[in-house]
Design a protein around this ligand. Structure first.
Ligand code: NAP
Length: 422
């Protein structure tokens, strides 16, 4: 595609080295697309780029940022919210960083974020959830949290197949369900909204495969499939069954071990082959409490869309919440890294927001391209900065004796630490 409206910098592309495995060929000077985004994106994205560029340089590399536009900025420049070249550049350059985007009202789709994920079929939303020393947390032992959640990104009740009350469509669906499918005593009389919850074998298996591959490659011990299969047998239950099939049939037992009967039995006694990743199932409601009460027992979680939305936010809250929660969307050898938080309009443009979540999303991107050393520099620098208690408002208001810094000042100090500890 010709990029007439964007400035492509000098640098080298990240290419796909192996289409089978999704392995990438990453140069030392990659072109990395970046969308600053809306609201506080205009504060945290430039701050994060500064820290990440410094970490790349400190490890003998450079990042050539390719600025792309989406959301309000794209609307101002091109009179559209999601220009084709933004999507195509992410497709072509493979690994990109994105700030939050405000969902425009009445734009014909529900969310730009969803549109981006769907167009590029980034089917796995992945959040590494770990504790940064010094961040205020509601837990007594937040450091026990070191979990990576894989949330299916394309189907479930989020697929958007639903009908509004008092429309002809919803009444036709009701009639079909009652009269043709025989559920004639389930739905109450009067106005009704109806949605459909599609869970496919393809969608479930590719998500679980990503989670298992991640666990194997990153020396994790366990993958937990989280669902409500006891109630929603043919959707959530099927997710669990298909997921266990992946574990059982696609990997050797000494690499991945599918624990039998894990829904109903304690797993302490299971004889897992030495070094193998254990794959188990857990029910979502119980999992929400175990995540708090038995945090250190869990490792990698794989979930349908709705469970993933709830559980990943709850896990993030245990280690300090939105200001520090990174994430990324994956599929077909591509990654779009983005913080969990939104555009927080009331804090926008005030040089106030915490850039940590965006910086850590960049760290996650570094890990994906094999730059773990640069990622560790970033994490160490953030922890040292938080330990100094010179922090942004969201952390400062929760700790004793803290000093409040703006976004850019905080990022400048973290950048200095990255450069000086290299
Ligand atoms: P939000 O933007 O995440 O903000 C909610 C609150 O969380 C903020 O008011 C602020 O709390 C705190 N917060 C979030 N990020 C922070 C940061 N970096 N530093 C410090 N505090 C932070 O959620 P929202 O207000 O529900 O959503 C606003 C817009 O963002 C919506 O249009 C939504 O659709 C969009 N959104 C986009 C994405 C995405 O792009 N992936 C994700 C979620 C939401 P205090 O008020 O306590 O300071």
């Amino acid at each position: 595609m010709a990029y007439d409206r964007i400035d492509v910098p000098d640098g080298t592309r990240i290419e796909l080295a192996d289409p089978e495995t999704g392995e990438l060929d990453v140069p030392e000077d990659p072109i990395v697309p970046v969308i600053h985004g809306d609201g506080i994106g205009t504060d945290v994205a430039p701050a994060a780029k500064r820290v990440l560029s410094a970490a790349a340089e400190a490890t003998g590399r450079s990042i050539e940022w390719l600025r792309l536009y989406a959301g309000g900025r794209a609307r101002e420049r091109y009179d559209e919210h999601l220009p084709a070249e933004t999507v195509e550049a992410i497709r072509e350059y493979r690994v990109a960083l994105k700030g939050p985007l405000t969902t425009p009202v009445g734009a014909g789709y529900r969310s730009l974020n969803v549109a981006l994920r769907q167009t590029l079929d980034l089917y796995a939303n992945v959040r590494p959830t770990y504790y940064l020393e010094g961040v205020p947390s509601p837990m007594t032992a937040p450091e026990e949290m070191d979990m990576v959640t894989f949330r299916e990104n394309t189907e479930d009740v989020y697929a958007g197949i639903e009908w509004e009350a008092d429309t002809d469509e919803v009444e036709r669906v009701r009639e079909f369900v009652e009269e043709e499918m025989g559920f004639d005593d389930v739905m109450h009389e009067g106005p009704i909204g109806i949605g459909v919850k599609p869970i496919t074998e393809t969608g479930s298996k590719r998500l679980v495969r990503e989670a298992i591959d991640y666990a194997v490659e990153n020396d994790r011990e366990k993958v937990t499939l989280v669902h409500k299969g006891n109630i929603m047998k043919f959707t959530e239950g099927q997710f669990g069954e298909w997921g266990m099939e992946v574990a059982d049939e696609e990997y050797p037992d000494d690499e991945v071990f599918a624990a039998p009967d894990s829904l109903w039995e304690e797993q302490d006694e299971v004889d897992v082959p030495e070094g193998a990743v254990m794959v188990e199932e857990r029910l979502a409601d119980a999992m929400l409490q175990w995540m708090q009460l038995r945090t250190d027992e869990f490792d990698v979680l794989a979930m349908p869309n709705l469970n993933g939305d709830y559980l990943s936010d709850a896990a993030g809250a245990q280690v300090g919440g939105l200001g520090v929660a990174p994430g990324g969307n994956f599929g077909h050898g591509r990654m779009l890294a983005e913080p969990v938080h939104g555009s927080a309009p009331k804090r926008a443009g005030q040089d106030m927001a915490n850039p940590t979540a965006m910086v850590l999303s960049g760290r996650f991107m570094f890990e994906y391209v094999g730059w773990e050393d640069a990622g560790d520099l970033v994490r160490d620098a953030l922890e040292a900065q938080i330990a100094s208690k010179r922090v942004t408002y969201d952390i400062e208001r929760q700790i004793e004796g803290g000093e409040r810094l703006g976004t850019s000042e905080f990022a400048a100090e973290v950048t200095e630490r990255v450069a000086s500890t290299a």
